[in-house]
Design a protein around this ligand. Structure first.
Ligand code: FMN
Length: 208
């Protein structure tokens, strides 16, 4: 009898740990690989190829590429901690969130890592246009700059860097203002002083 009880308890413990594991399948932190800064097309060719393409194939964006996209957006590019984009008074107040099937993450430029903010799939809030549903990732640009026009300038620098990175590697991108900003603000748990400026859908072309 004691033995049967022991077996039942052990089985219960295994089932409990498996279900706990299933709920925690989204990593809280993803440490991204260092960006490769010594490869790429000639800069003038990159400018020539920068464009909006509203079409995405099924290929997944891997961690190396995602790390390079985010580093291009707001990464640290010098030992003094300054960024790939200029910011007014060096305020460094633009945050980038990534919406993917794996959930919503905030990019931490200091650790070059992603931090889970919501395990739900939030791309629906960005997908007011049908093509966005095919994108592998959607970046969301969030500012806390008290002057909204300055916040907008920072976001513009970041999405242009990402668009140029996309042209460099042959990825498709679309800057988006047609998104559900209120839902995203709530689901990303943003405080009242932070506001969303734009999003950017990203994915590989249909044939690549
Ligand atoms: C601030 C901003 C907001 C945009 N919003 C959207 C959008 O919500 N949906 C969309 O399909 N394209 C959007 N675009 C993309 C523009 O339509 C696109 O850049 C324009 O048609 C010029 O095309 P090009 O980028 O290929 O030069 C946006 C672009 C910018 C800069």
């Amino acid at each position: 009898m004691k033995f049967a009880k022991f077996i039942l308890c052990s089985l219960g413990a295994v089932v409990f740990s498996l279900s706990a594991f299933a709920q925690q399948d989204k990593p809280l932190n993803i440490f991204l690989p260092k960006p490769h800064t010594d490869v790429g097309k000639p800069f003038m060719q990159v400018l020539q190829e920068r464009k909006t393409t509203r079409e995405f194939g099924p290929r997944i964006i891997n961690e190396q590429t995602m790390g390079e996209i985010l580093w291009a957006a707001v990464g640290i590019n010098r030992p003094n901690g300054k960024r790939t984009i200029p910011t007014s008074r060096d305020s460094q107040d633009l945050d980038v969130y990534v919406l993917q099937q794996g959930g919503a993450y905030r990019y931490n430029p200091i650790n070059h890592s992603l931090e889970l903010v919501n395990p739900s799939i939030l791309t629906y809030a960005a997908a007011k246009q049908e093509f966005v549903k095919q994108a592998d990732a959607v970046l969301v640009y969030v500012s806390s700059n008290p002057e909204r026009e300055v916040g907008g300038m920072h976001a513009g620098s970041a999405y242009q860097n990402v668009a140029l990175y996309a042209a460099n590697v042959g990825m498709n991108n679309v800057v988006l203002r047609m998104i559900d900003m209120d839902t995203l603000h709530k689901e990303l748990h943003l405080p009242d002083n932070e506001y969303i400026l734009a999003a950017q859908a990203l994915g590989w072309p249909v044939k690549k």
